[in-house]
Design a protein around this ligand. Structure first.
Ligand code: GLV
Ligand code: MN
Ligand code: MN
Length: 416
């Protein structure tokens, strides 16, 4: 089959309409989505994907952490499959494309193969990984990490959201609402390759007027929870000197951390994204404060050195309160497979799409799957690089271009 003929079966209108349909599930008044992992909205998205899969005659199945797979058979049923996908959960004020694009591009690839009548040797499987965002349940990229054996299934099933709901219960509810045949045994099966499409979530492609990012690597990331403990007291009567104000302690710790993580070239990323103050009453001095830290850098050694600094700050700055810092997860930087990187670049060039090599600043499920098989990623632009925001936007032509590259790459991998 000639170069680009499977790509020619990618339908921009269909791919766009699928995004429109999915965006209704958890859609927010400001045009974004709130589709938390293992919520009713997540279940609705799973059901919709399942309905589309059924209509095309593709088999669906799930595993014990809830990852949802859609399989198109190859000519050799015993051959290891090639996998592609991303996630359908979102940030609380998330956009329509983060994650969902990767799932729908993979599904479009399956449909394009079907429409073009192309038989591949290996099965091609689309996946929607469970809880990539980690906004409801930490840690993020949970489904792919369990699949890859990076996190223990039993540990993850016990993780709680901020209301105390455990993953295990939420998963049972989700799978009841969105049933799919359960694959026996522990999550994970042999793969021959993995490619994930995603919006860039940054401004580089748009600024450089490129349609495709050939992703070479993902920076390392670590997440922490800091807790300060003081003493609840009356806000009107307790003198400053007698207070153990947990929020004041959290502020001192946080301020010192911002300073310690400021680097000259602005490579280190440090974010405090959630703060909780208890008991949360205007006229009680807070007895407890909790905040999250997300810290990222391309070098694990730099992350390690800064982790040490964060611990020193927690020990030094909390008095008269006490404080502790707990690491929730650590993912080392990922370098993608040169074979997949070269293949993505070659297929992009063959389709005459302007492109550039780039590392990923965001984390993706691909970082866990890269340890299992040759893996890579394809980026497409998003408007002004804005993501984790309800106004996140991308244009249909770019989404389709990424899907065209994806289907060409998957076809090549599936015929290896
Ligand atoms: C995923 O959304 C990340 O936090 O990088
Ligand atoms: Mn994502
Ligand atoms: Mn995200």
């Amino acid at each position: 089959m000639a170069e680009g003929s499977v790509a020619g079966a990618v339908r921009e209108d269909r791919l766009w309409q699928r995004h429109v349909d999915m965006a209704k599930l958890g859609g927010t008044p400001r045009g974004g989505v709130n589709r938390q992992a293992l919520s009713a909205e997540d279940a609705a998205a799973r059901n919709l994907l399942g309905t589309w899969a059924k209509a095309r005659g593709f088999a669906t199945f799930t595993d014990t952490i809830g990852n949802l797979f859609v399989r198109r058979e190859g000519t050799d049923a015993k051959a290891r499959p090639v996998l592609s996908g991303s996630h359908m959960d979102s940030q609380p004020t998330g956009g329509r494309f983060d994650g969902m694009y990767g799932v729908l591009a993979a599904f479009e690839a399956l449909e394009a193969l079907e429409d073009a009548g192309v038989r591949t040797k290996r099965p091609v499987v689309a996946v929607a990984w469970t809880n990539e965002e980690g906004s409801r349940f930490q840690p993020g990229a949970m489904g792919s990490a369990v699949f890859a054996g990076q996190y223990e299934l039993e540990d993850m099933l016990q993780m709680k959201d901020w209301k105390g709901v455990v993953v295990k219960e939420a998963l049972v509810e989700t799978l009841k609402a969105a049933p799919a045949p359960m694959r026996d045994g522990k999550p994970g099966f042999p793969l021959d390759g993995y490619v994930e499409a995603h919006i860039e979530q940054g401004p580089r492609l748009e600024n450089d007027k490129k349609t495709i990012g050939v992703v070479t690597a993902i920076q390392g990331s670590r997440r922490y929870i800091v807790e300060t403990l003081g003493e609840e007291a009356h806000a009107g009567t307790t003198p400053r000197a007698a207070r153990k104000d947990a929020f004041a302690a959290a502020l001192r710790v946080a301020q010192a951390m911002y300073e310690a993580t400021t680097d000259k070239d602005d490579t280190l990323r440090f974010t405090i994204g959630r703060v909780d103050v208890a008991p949360g009453s205007p006229n009680t001095v807070p007895g407890k404060a909790t905040f999250t830290i997300d810290m990222r850098h391309p070098s694990d050694a730099v992350l390690e050195a800064h982790e040490k600094k964060l611990k020193e700050i927690v020990a030094a700055k909390a008095a008269p309160c006490t404080a502790k810092i707990e690491r929730v997860n650590a993912v080392a930087p990922t370098n993608f497979d040169p074979m997949v990187i070269d293949l993505v670049r070659a297929k992009t060039n063959a389709l005459r799409l302007p492109n550039m090599d780039m590392p990923s600043g965001a984390g993706h499920d691909a970082m866990h799957i890269a340890g299992l098989c040759p893996a890579g990623m394809i980026f497409v632009p998003c408007e002004r690089g804005i993501s984790h925001n309800e106004s996140e936007n991308a244009v249909p032509a770019d989404l389709a271009a990424g899907a065209r590259v994806l289907v060409e790459v998957l076809t090549a991998l599936a015929n290896r």
